[in-house]
Design a protein. Structure first.
Length: 115
């Protein structure tokens, strides 16, 4: 996969997660597979609206759907979530290292001022 393709996939995933309903759907699917009807239950929006949210999540690669007789359960794509986590962790680690360096520098300067 090229860098551009990876960036596009990250863009779609983060954009999809920008909506609170879609984040709630991801949270629900983290507890197990569910159908559109099951996912729509806690929301005060139509099943069609929930279905549109699911289409966005599916296009972003965050969920998949399958067919089980009459059921069409949605499944969380753990690999896609791991890619997001990995991307975030890279920058979190940089920020933590910078913070630790600044903290050490602050400590050193404070000690020198105290002398």
């Amino acid at each position: 996969m090229s860098v551009d393709e990876r960036e596009e996939r990250l863009d779609r995933a983060f954009a999809a997660l920008g909506d609170p309903v879609r984040r709630a759907l991801i949270a629900r699917l983290s507890r197990g597979d569910a159908t559109v009807n099951e996912l729509a239950e806690p929301f005060s929006i139509t099943k069609q609206a929930v279905s549109r949210h699911l289409q966005v999540l599916e296009a972003a690669g965050l969920i998949t759907r399958s067919r089980d007789a009459q059921r069409r359960p949605c499944h969380l794509n753990a690999v896609a979530l791991e890619e997001l986590t990995s991307w975030i962790d890279t920058y979190r680690l940089f920020a933590e290292q910078r913070h630790r360096s600044m903290t050490r520098l602050d400590t050193l300067l404070t000690r020198r001022r105290g002398r």
